[in-house]
Design a protein around this ligand. Structure first.
Ligand code: FES
Length: 109
């Protein structure tokens, strides 16, 4: 018997994303990029806080993601821009349940 599902949306099987890899998913009309970094899961809105570019193809250096548009770098552990500044990624809360990565803050709108 499996545990009851909390409110949220399963976005992929954890086996689909290897360590250091990413996956672009579409959830409830939102474009979301999921990363598996240092054994942790990070999900972000696929929109750079600088000017809205897609971050799905950005270069990943450890936990630091570079935006392909203008090169701003963001630490996926905190969401914050590397080197200061006020820009911050939209980190989305996730939880692993029964081998599925679940986005837990999907509001029913
Ligand atoms: S849109 Fe990402 S750095 Fe400009």
């Amino acid at each position: 018997m499996s545990a009851p599902m909390p409110s949220g949306v399963a976005i992929c099987a954890v086996s689909e994303v290897a360590e250091g890899q990413r996956k672009l998913v579409f959830v409830e009309g939102r474009s979301v990029v999921v990363f598996r970094i240092e054994g942790q899961w990070r999900a972000i809105e696929n929109s750079c806080p600088h000017n809205g570019a897609s971050l799905a193809g950005g270069r990943l250096d450890g936990a630091v993601l570079s935006c392909p548009a203008h090169g701003l770098r963001f630490d996926l552990r905190t969401g914050r821009a590397v080197g200061g500044g006020h820009l911050c990624l939209g980190l989305l809360p996730t939880q692993v349940i029964d081998g599925q990565l679940v986005l837990t803050n999907v509001a029913a709108e």
